[in-house]
Design a protein around this ligand. Structure first.
Ligand code: COA
Length: 394
């Protein structure tokens, strides 16, 4: 067991940047990084020369665009090759793990100004190649070797959840309907298209019971944030957002080694530490971004994060509490499902959404009175989970 983090000093986010998400034919990986990074520095009101460390999440530049060594590459293209640069990789949680590293760097007092970003350029390869690249984050010996893909792995979890708890096909579909609705208000979202329960249920079968509209898409995009010590944040911005908790946990890659495939134990552990560090419980949250890579995973996240009891994710969905205007709106950005899922960028993109909500900049999807929100980012099928709790109050 690990101890809850006790930071030496509080850490703030003073600026954010995000590209459009989607099939971005006119932009390469480095263009996306520069766009998000420059936006983040501009909104932070600092000079790039003040940055002391750059951290870039990237899941698989090697398989998607033939480019490894992306930490130094990102720094180079941002004109920052005079400072240390780190690439973080934890599958779809690559950049939230990067945020945790950046948080620890500032909280420890070692660095003041740190840029943390994430980027993935996924659409330069054909669909089956993208599926194979993603499957490299499953267990090669017990899953990918036998042809398991991520839709297949999550389909097993969905089938088991439906069998154990009576979760219905319609309850899964409602996640996609809600998140596509929310994405209508997010200018950077991959999809601006409403879908109905019937659309989801009749969309093309991918891995039974999951259909096309149960899946997050293959997306290009990048996102970045600038971290600073809380006591210096107001020199640069009137609206800093504070990191109240940064937690991470691990589990086995292989589903076959798990105690229960209807629960992500890493979410449960990371959530416990995050709530302890922030000194709150799930009922204190005003909104959350959770890892809805497939619709079933939003239900499982509700349960594992303590928003409802185990097995009641479907009923909780039916209660409409996670809709905009509900008790705890979830995935106001459109989530991975409709905002898009450029895997290495997703964790920081969730943080960008939290920042926009907490600074009142979320437009038509603004949660009224939002003061505290949670971001939940899963690597693979749950072998890595990173959770951050952010607030606009110190
Ligand atoms: N949701 C909604 N629409 C989608 C979509 C999705 N996830 N994926 C593709 N589409 C749309 C496309 O926009 C396109 O629409 P159009 O015909 O109007 O232009 C159409 O469906 C076909 O797109 P295409 O790119 O040919 O789809 P595909 O069959 O190659 O890929 C999936 C569909 C579901 C297989 C792919 O999106 C996928 O693998 N998703 C999961 C990604 C993943 O595993 N991520 C890691 C999670 S742990």
């Amino acid at each position: 067991m690990f101890e809850t983090v006790r930071p030496r000093r509080e850490v703030a986010i003073i600026g954010v940047g995000c590209t459009k998400f989607g099939e971005l034919w006119d932009s390469g990986l480095r263009d996306l990084v520069v766009e998000a990074g420059v936006k983040a520095v501009e909104t932070a009101g600092i000079s790039g020369k003040q940055l002391q460390l750059i951290i870039g999440g990237n899941m698989s530049g090697g398989l998607f665009v033939g480019q490894e060594h992306t930490g130094a590459l990102f720094a180079d293209y941002l004109g920052l090759n005079n400072i240390p640069a780190i690439r973080t990789e934890a599958a779809c949680a690559s950049s939230s793990v990067g945020l945790r590293v950046g948080y620890l760097a500032v909280a420890s007092g070692l660095y003041d100004f740190v840029a943390v970003g994430g980027a993935e350029k996924m659409t330069d390869v054909y669909g089956p190649h993208a599926t194979t690249a993603l499957a490299s984050a499953t267990d090669q010996e017990t899953e990918a070797y036998f042809g398991a893909t991520f839709p297949g792995v999550y389909a097993m979890m969905a089938n088991r959840h439906m069998h154990e708890y009576g979760t219905t096909r319609e309850q899964l579909a409602k996640v996609a309907v809600k998140n596509h609705d929310n994405a209508m208000h997010n200018p950077v979202a991959h999809f601006h298209r409403r879908v109905t329960v019937e659309d989801v249920i009749s969309s093309q079968l991918v891995a039974d019971p999951l259909r096309l509209l149960d899946c997050s898409p293959i997306t290009d995009g990048a996102a970045a944030v600038i971290l600073a010590p809380a006591d210096k944040a107001r020199q640069y911005t009137d609206s800093p957002v504070y990191i109240k908790a940064s937690a991470q946990a691990s589990d086995s890659l292989a589903l076959s080694s798990r105690r229960d495939i209807c629960t992500l134990d890493a979410t449960v552990k990371a959530a416990r530490h995050a709530y302890e560090q922030a000194k709150i419980g799930p009922k204190d949250l005003h909104f959350a971004e959770v890892h809805d890579c497939f619709t079933i995973n939003e239900h499982i996240a509700y349960e594992d994060l303590g928003f409802c009891k185990k097995g009641e994710g479907g009923k909780f969905m039916d209660s409409d509490q996670t809709m905009l205007g509900g008790r705890i709106p979830v995935n106001t950005s459109g989530g991975l499902k409709a905002k898009g899922h450029p895997v290495g960028a997703t964790g920081i993109a969730q943080i960008v959404e939290l920042y926009h909500q907490l600074t009142g900049q979320a437009g038509g999807r603004q949660v009224k009175g939002a003061e505290i929100g949670l971001a939940h980012n899963v690597g693979g099928s749950g072998a890595t989970v990173a959770i951050h709790i952010l607030s606009n109050k110190l």
